[in-house]
Design a protein around this ligand. Structure first.
Ligand SMILES: [Cu+2]
Length: 153
């Protein structure tokens, strides 16, 4: 009689212990794999393989400088210099083009840069008439910078 009680007791303890063990093991949080760390590192998503491996941001600064030069030189009546700066503005714009994935923005930026150049090259540039195009160009450049920053270079 005593023996069977001991056996029962041992059984009971074993059951309780295995339940506890089961509990504690199920409480352990499953080790989770760090998610979505790879996504940020890919960059240049959707860019064509033909895209130059260069940072277009310094080009945006160059573009901004050329535009400021155009305005300054037109106001000062330095037509020759203004024409040179306008040509520089368009060539810098062309360098940024391959980095742009937004076709509408790309076309607008290029079109506006060329309009400024044509206006300056016509030789009879009215600074106030140029002002509207310059404002449009500045706005497009701002959008372009934001667009370019959305991709990693
Ligand atoms: Cu790019």
């Amino acid at each position: 009689m005593k023996k069977s009680k001991v056996v029962l007791g041992i059984l009971a303890i074993t059951v309780v212990m295995s339940l506890l063990a089961g509990c504690s093991s199920s409480e352990k949080p499953a080790a989770q794999a760090p998610a979505s760390q790879e996504q940020a590192a890919t960059g240049h998503q959707g860019h064509s393989a033909a895209m130059p491996k260069e940072d277009p941001m310094p080009m945006m600064k160059e573009m901004d400088k050329s535009l400021q030069d155009v305005v300054k030189q037109v106001k000062a009546g330095q037509t020759m210099d203004a024409q040179k700066s306008a040509a520089q503005l368009v060539s810098t714009t062309d360098k940024v083009m391959p980095h742009m994935m937004d076709v509408g923005l790309k076309d607008n930026l290029r079109k506006t840069a060329v309009e400024i150049k044509d206006s300056v090259n016509s030789g009879k540039t009215d600074p106030s008439a140029l002002e509207g195009k310059v404002k449009a160009m500045q706005d497009l450049m701002k959008q372009t910078s934001t667009h370019l920053q959305s991709m990693s270079h």
